[in-house]
Design a protein around this ligand. Structure first.
Ligand code: RB5
Length: 142
């Protein structure tokens, strides 16, 4: 699967670890940052969201300190369903019920092992469709 990934300065190490291990079988579009100098998470969220909204990648991963700011910023773009997850069960339901197309992780909240479990669950879980398709159809950018 083609996956766009981005992080702010808090997520550089986790991003690298995920690309090297749990994302190794995917085609990665890495949209930065790769540096320890502070960057503003909405700028990175916009880069990744734009690629998903344009259909240039199927899924996205965004990493900041908590995952929360990235989810807030990414969710502002039409067609983006971004989920901040701290454990695999939420990651599973974000796919089954919400058809999340961007996974947001918090590098200050979870370790690499937990992040890998979340990513594995997120990529291996399909969307249930049915009533959930009707419900996500009601989510609008206002
Ligand atoms: C940066 O210090 C921090 O605010 C950011 O990584 C993120 O946690 C925002 O939601």
């Amino acid at each position: 699967m083609k996956v766009a990934i981005g992080c702010d300065h808090t997520g550089v190490a986790l991003k690298r670890a995920l690309i090297e291990c749990v994302l190794a079988d995917h085609t990665i579009i890495d949209l930065g940052t790769d540096l320890p100098e502070p960057v503003d998470y909405p700028d990175i969220a916009k880069r990744v969201s734009s690629v998903i909204a344009a259909g240039e990648a199927e899924r996205g991963i965004l990493i900041c300190g908590t995952g929360i700011g990235m989810a807030m910023a990414a969710g502002k773009m039409a067609g983006i369903r971004a989920a901040a997850c701290t454990e695999p069960y939420s990651a599973e339901l974000s796919r089954r019920h919400n058809d999340a197309n961007i996974l947001c992780l918090g590098a200050r909240v979870i370790g690499t092992g937990m992040a890998e479990k979340i990513v594995e669950k997120w990529f291996s879980t399909p969307f249930d469709g049915g009533r959930h398709a009707r419900r996500i159809g009601k989510i609008e950018v206002l």
